[in-house]
Design a protein around this ligand. Structure first.
Ligand code: NCD
Ligand code: ZN
Length: 346
């Protein structure tokens, strides 16, 4: 079955890291080839915390696009304890800022400027609720007493539950979910709550971090979890439930920053993201559900139009290189040296 093809409405990526400078220039074309739009994470150094910074960053992304590309970066603001309700109003009025990102301080890469206590930013959340500006959550507690594999489940108990009660009208996205607890909370949860799911959390369980030795290219946050959790995620995305949509969390780091004594968290899936998701849906016998997950549920949640163009995927193997260029540095893509089972045509 080498020439079996499917056509989909062009999808969007609702959680993407493209970095800045030369790295930006080399990674953006990978996303632009597959997706029409992407929610751009603001965890640069320094963080993208103001409207002015977000609009400047947007211009740099547009400049890095291949000639003729119509890819649209959907900007976000990085929530800090200094963020003001006025900044939120300006963000909502800007027309280019589509969400605000909440990193619990220290939870992940470049999260040092995040929020120590969410209660301190309640006036900001109130303002977001008024404007319907979504809150995107890195849903892990940072309490060192909590086991690293339990941090998402504990976040739901300690913070998310409180947030959805305090702000019932605030659209919220629990990002890159990794556990059965998150699936269950979101699928039966409040109306305004949704979740993104990455390709790597759908394809791998935590054994992959230790397969034959310590595997830094399988280190991401939230961490990969047990097989039962991976299966719960596959069940969620293939169920057709509109609260789950595509967000790669593709997060490039140069090889040296990953293969290190204290390596960075982040997996680069942008090169083959759609092909990897297709593999998951195909294996689950749910290819007919891929389009809604990748192209409908996200824009519907954000109140944006669905894309009008289409893309085509062919069920055939394609090689993934051992390394890619990250702006003059070496990058190691997901499944480096291996193969995809699907190929984006054109
Ligand atoms: C992300 C990064 O590198 O920016 N890393 C990751 O493992 N996902 C940050 C994040 O989204 O947690
Ligand atoms: Zn991320």
């Amino acid at each position: 079955m080498t020439d079996f093809r499917i056509q989909l409405t062009r999808p969007d990526d609702w959680h993407l890291h493209v970095r800045d400078g030369q790295m930006l220039e080399s990674v953006v074309p990978d996303s632009a080839r597959q997706f029409a739009r992407a929610i751009i994470m603001p965890n640069l150094k320094p963080p993208v915390a103001t409207v002015v910074q977000a609009l400047e960053y947007r211009k740099r992304i547009l400049m890095a696009l291949p000639e003729g590309s119509e890819f649209q970066p959907l900007m976000t603001l990085y929530l800090t304890e200094q963020t003001t309700p006025e900044e939120i109003r300006a963000a909502a009025d800007s027309g280019h800022i589509h969400a605000v990102k909440y990193y619990p301080a220290g939870a992940t890469t470049n999260a040092a400027s995040g929020v120590g206590d969410i209660r301190r930013v309640f006036p900001v959340l109130e303002q977001m609720q008024q404007h319907g500006l979504p809150l995107l959550m890195h849903g892990e507690v940072t309490d060192p007493e909590v086991d690293v594999f339990d941090r998402e489940a504990v976040f739901i108990e300690r913070e998310l539950d409180m947030l959805v009660q305090e702000f019932p009208g605030l659209p919220m996205v629990l990002e890159h979910i990794t556990t059965r607890a998150a699936v269950e909370y979101v699928q039966d949860g409040p109306d305004k709550l949704a979740a993104t799911v990455t390709a790597h959390h759908l394809l791998l369980n935590r054994n992959a971090i230790f397969q034959g030795g310590l595997r830094p290219h399988h280190y991401c946050l939230p961490l990969l979890k047990r097989e039962q959790h991976r299966q719960a995620l596959v069940g969620a995305v293939t169920s057709g439930n509109a609260r789950f949509f595509l967000g790669t969390d593709s997060a490039p780091h140069p090889r040296g920053a990953k293969e290190s004594d204290c390596g960075c968290a982040g997996i680069y899936t942008a090169r083959n993201a759609l092909e990897l998701y297709a593999e998951v849906f195909d294996e689950a016998g749910a290819l007919d559900r891929l389009e809604a997950f990748a192209a409908f549920h996200g824009p519907d949640f954000y109140g944006m139009p669905r894309n009008s163009g289409t893309i085509e995927l062919e069920r055939t193997e394609a090689e993934i290189p051992e390394t890619v260029d990250f702006g003059g540095q070496v990058g190691v893509p997901f499944r480096a040296g291996g193969r995809t089972r699907w190929r984006l045509v054109g």
